[in-house]
Design a protein. Structure first.
Length: 285
């Protein structure tokens, strides 16, 4: 693993699709070659590779370096909020800090016991919607996306996790197919990369759907629609939770009167705000 990490490090790769360093990336690739169940135990570190495994491991390292495919696309699987999810280029690689908030059942922003309906807007491969279903067992979840390939992957993940009864997946351009529907929580990791930033991203991002990243000139096209329309789809006392990543500064500047609550995460990441329905209706016309 150490020698693999050194090779990845020397190759000048970018780590930002579920790991943030060469060592964790090498571990993810190696565990997938060894087909070890998650979580990996300390005993796994004493294992030796059989010749066929060594060949597969070398090939995987080579492929990661030569193609710049994110590790999760090479292994076909990643973990999100404790759930194993199938991962391929039909949807973004799941990595949102929102996982931590979902594991906490959105506390302290809402009482989980009162949550009956959750909308995951821009669900991609379904990670947020499925994690909500797992961690909020009383709730019904709706996941929506404009991309059919992403929704296909979300349906596969829903089936594998046995969550078909409580998770509905709907094709929709933002809220357009959701007229009259209300939710206690609207959570979203929408696209938020501006045109200039998109051109400067490392090659790993080029393997992800452009639709999952790009959001107009300033990166805020999706966020604008969400802020404008979310209140209409929230129940009284309901909350809106949105990841905007490094466009946080721009969001603060564009909507100076909105009382965003910006969250902090123990496992890293940021750029996530919470607003209540009441705050939205007061401030957004
Ligand atoms: C940043 S990805 C997030 C995917 C997933 N929720 C996650 O956290 O990994 C954004 C998603 O928004 C979808 N999307 C882009 N434009 C949209 C639109 N106008 N309406 C609905 N979904 C859209 C993309 O297809 C993509 O799956």
């Amino acid at each position: 693993m150490r020698s693999g990490a050194r090779r990845l490090s020397r190759a000048g790769l970018f780590f930002g699709h579920g790991t943030d360093n060469a060592h964790d990336e090498a571990a993810a690739l190696l565990w997938s070659v060894l087909r070890l169940p998650w979580p990996v135990t300390a005993a796994a570190y004493r294992r030796r590779l059989r010749p066929a495994q060594r060949t597969a491991w070398e090939a995987l390292l080579e492929l990661r370096i030569a193609t710049r495919l994110p590790a999760a696309y090479l292994t076909g699987e990643t973990f999100f909020a404790g759930l194993p999810l199938r991962t391929d280029p039909r949807a973004l690689v799941p990595r949102s800090p929102l996982a931590e908030l979902i594991e906490r059942q959105f506390r302290p922003w809402i009482d989980p016991a009162r949550v009956r309906r959750v909308l995951d807007l821009c669900t991609g491969g379904g990670c947020i919607a499925l994690a909500c279903a797992h961690h909020l067992p009383l709730a019904r979840i709706e996941g929506t996306d404009i991309s059919r390939p992403a929704l296909e992957l979300a349906r596969e993940n829903r089936r594998r996790l046995g969550l078909s009864r409580r998770v509905r997946l709907t094709e929709s351009d933002h809220f357009s197919a959701l007229r009259g529907r209300e939710y206690d929580i609207i959570v979203s990791n929408p696209p938020y990369v501006g045109a200039r930033e998109l051109r400067s991203l490392p090659p790993e991002y080029g393997h992800e759907p452009r639709l999952a990243l790009a959001s107009g000139r300033d990166g805020l096209d999706s966020v604008r629609v969400i802020l404008q329309e979310a209140a209409r789809h929230l129940t009284p006392g309901g909350i809106l939770v949105v990841e905007v990543g490094n466009t946080e500064t721009l969001v603060r500047r564009r909507w100076p009167r909105l009382p965003f609550m910006w969250l902090e995460f123990e496992r890293g990441g940021g750029g996530v705000f919470v607003l209540t329905r009441e705050q939205l209706t007061t401030h957004v016309r």
